[in-house]
Design a protein around this ligand. Sequence first.
Ligand SMILES: *[C@@H]1O[C@H](CO)[C@@H](O)[C@H](O)[C@H]1NC(C)=O
Ligand SMILES: *[C@@H]1O[C@H](CO)[C@@H](O)[C@H](O)[C@H]1NC(C)=O
Ligand SMILES: *[C@@H]1O[C@H](CO)[C@@H](O)[C@H](O)[C@H]1NC(C)=O
Ligand SMILES: *[C@@H]1O[C@H](CO)[C@@H](O)[C@H](O)[C@H]1NC(C)=O
Ligand SMILES: *[C@@H]1O[C@H](CO)[C@@H](O)[C@H](O)[C@H]1NC(C)=O
Ligand SMILES: *[C@@H]1O[C@H](CO)[C@@H](O)[C@H](O)[C@H]1NC(C)=O
Ligand SMILES: *[C@@H]1O[C@H](CO)[C@@H](O)[C@H](O)[C@H]1NC(C)=O
Ligand SMILES: *[C@@H]1O[C@H](CO)[C@@H](O)[C@H](O)[C@H]1NC(C)=O
Ligand SMILES: *[C@@H]1O[C@H](CO)[C@@H](O)[C@H](O)[C@H]1NC(C)=O
Length: 391
Amino acid sequence: MLLIDVKSFIQAALTIVGLCFLFMIKFATARHVYNVVDYQAAGNGRTDDTQAFLKAWNDACEDERSPILRFPSGKNFLINKIRLEGPCRSNISIEVHGNITAPNKIWTKETTNLITFHAIDNLVVHGWGTIDGQGAIWWDCFKRNLLEFVNCQNLVVSHVRLTNSPNKHLVFDGCNNLTVHGVTIMAPGDSPNTDGIVMQGCQQVQITRSKIGTGDDCIAILTNCSDVDVSGITCGPGHGISIGSLGKDSEAVVERIHVHDSTIFQALTGLRIKTWEGGSGFARNITFERIQMMDLITPIVIDQSYGTMQLSDVAISEITFRDINGTSTEEVVVKLECSTSVPCTNLTFENIIFARAAINKTVSATIQNAYGTTNGTIIPILPLAGRSTNL
Ligand SMILES: *[C@@H]1O[C@H](CO)[C@@H](O)[C@H](O)[C@H]1NC(C)=O
Ligand SMILES: *[C@@H]1O[C@H](CO)[C@@H](O)[C@H](O)[C@H]1NC(C)=O
Ligand SMILES: *[C@@H]1O[C@H](CO)[C@@H](O)[C@H](O)[C@H]1NC(C)=O
Ligand SMILES: *[C@@H]1O[C@H](CO)[C@@H](O)[C@H](O)[C@H]1NC(C)=O
Ligand SMILES: *[C@@H]1O[C@H](CO)[C@@H](O)[C@H](O)[C@H]1NC(C)=O
Ligand SMILES: *[C@@H]1O[C@H](CO)[C@@H](O)[C@H](O)[C@H]1NC(C)=O
Ligand SMILES: *[C@@H]1O[C@H](CO)[C@@H](O)[C@H](O)[C@H]1NC(C)=O
Ligand SMILES: *[C@@H]1O[C@H](CO)[C@@H](O)[C@H](O)[C@H]1NC(C)=O
Ligand SMILES: *[C@@H]1O[C@H](CO)[C@@H](O)[C@H](O)[C@H]1NC(C)=O
């Protein structure tokens, strides 16, 4: 009796262990890996690996088990312009542990990007590899972006390094629920239009812990973006963190933007909101706080006449600058150039302290048509016009 019990107990236990084991194997292999090397990618930096990437992508996109598309480390994949289309049958992760490099020649005459991701939901792009746009030869002529994501929902881009884009590095257009985390973006401070991250028509965006130094904006938030949280950014050289230009061809809708706990150095401008003249719509509820700036030309700018001598009609209101300090190379550290027809309203400045990088030189502000209040220590004095919002 006892013996049988022990036997059946052991049998039962073995069955359970076996089932667990099978389950573990199934679980471990559940995320199938599509390695571009298995698709004849050479990864030697000379042979064109675009077709291998495309074939691996097509297979991964057909896989319903949430596959991984892998660029293995220790290799350098030469990729020509490529467009990856969704929707795919399940969530895909692209692991960039090796490098991806653009050809060192003019690779297209079309208006396109090196890599375009279109309508792919739940995509993750991550890894420790570098994506190098070899942009130097482009900077004088054509303008092409490095990576562009169009209409991708629930997107994560993390840890990759992007460098020397022919034009902008990372562009997001119409992406909701976007996370960018721990990326590094580098291009020479004098390379034209090489913005780090540019977004338009994106909602629910988080950009954290990233290091960006290029020849243009570190981060540019364009029209129809809302609920954007940017923090832990080290920005410089470049043109700082910008909202706009807004309202050039269509109504601008920009709100609930929070930029905080970041550092900006050696930049033309630090924090900037700019609109085109004659535009429509609004930019409101934008908060910049706990930001340190070093060696800037103009740290804070609101410019409603950007690009022309005329004044804009995009309404700018509820803008807060709080706990911001830094040094500048020029005298005017705060420049608020708002329109007479639609002035800037409900501006708040709280604990703002600027100094000149050079000893014994003063700082000042130029202010037109800006309404709001100050609080705490403010250097230089900001002669905002009253508290009125009703004009
Ligand atoms: C990848 O790029 C990084 C940065 O440029 C470089 O240090 C590394 O050697 C490259 N690796 C390969 C395998 O090309
Ligand atoms: C796919 O991604 C979405 C968004 O990240 C997530 O909610 C969903 O659970 C994922 N599906 C699977 C099967 O992993
Ligand atoms: C946003 O995307 C993340 C990462 O893909 C996912 O985990 C999360 O569920 C998404 N949130 C919503 C509200 O879809
Ligand atoms: C932004 O949104 C407004 C209002 O919804 C719309 O009229 C406009 O076309 C959008 N602009 C762009 C560039 O998508
Ligand atoms: C302003 O935006 C913040 C998020 O940045 C949000 O928490 C707050 O509710 C918004 N205020 C209004 C009045 O919409
Ligand atoms: C400037 O701000 C940073 C944090 O934002 C703070 O650590 C630092 O003490 C401030 N410096 C001055 C001179 O106020
Ligand atoms: C700065 O100003 C002080 C007081 O006016 C003066 O004693 C000092 O020599 C000046 N320093 C420089 C570098 O000009
Ligand atoms: C002024 O700033 C202090 C902290 O520096 C804060 O406690 C107070 O609420 C602020 N007042 C207004 C009117 O914002
Ligand atoms: C703008 O500020 C005024 C007082 O300065 C206040 O009464 C009004 O509610 C504010 N408007 C918004 C949208 O915050």
